[in-house]
Design a protein around this ligand. Sequence first.
Ligand code: 5RP
Ligand code: FE2
Length: 226
Amino acid sequence: MNAPAPIVAPSILAADFANLADEARAVEGAADWLHVDVMDNHFVPNLTIGLPVVQSLIAATSLPFDVHLMIEDPRRWAPGYADAGAYNVTFHAEASDNPVALARDLRAAGAKAGLAIDRDTPIEPYLELLPSFDTLLIMTIKAGFGGQRFIPELLDKVRAARRHVDAGHLELRIEVDGGIAADTIEQAADAGADAFVAGTAVYGADDPAEAVRKLRRLAERAAARA
Ligand SMILES: O=C(CO)[C@H](O)[C@H](O)COP(=O)(O)O
Ligand SMILES: [Fe+2]
């Protein structure tokens, strides 16, 4: 495995929504990216925040934004997040009929392009698309809600993706999202993930920045073993 240094991305889904800017700033200096879950009450049953709030948050913090779009019709909405200055914009494979075209649009707008794979979607049909992407987000839960239990069986998709990425010498982050915490992050890193979203494990902790640092130490330890 040739994974680069691990990235930890706290998810503000688990933060206090009345104090989002402060919650974002609480992990500045510790986090690599800030993960923002955009849910539209159609692609998933939950509803969170949209572009105006993300624009304001981007202006309020220095962290690179990792936007996870759990929405229908991403071709209509995703480029707006790239235009707003998001570092990485990830949309779901299940919601897109032409993922490569949308990845091209996102890159043209100056963002990294991410493809997300939900719990029940096999990875194999998408492996050949990966050269068009910078990030592959593999859900380790069913997309839609924070605070769910990590599903270790889904790491088989991470292993398959890691084999493909390494064999093809692709420059692509393999990100896991859902139930990532001190007791699960090493399994995910061992499987080949090198970017880790954590909501509850960070914002449910007394010291969110220290929780991020601890997760990174565990991921680094696993990467060193590999
Ligand atoms: O995409 C998501 C849910 O669909 C969230 O990013 C994810 O749930 C993070 O929260 P937690 O770490 O609490 O599982
Ligand atoms: Fe997410």
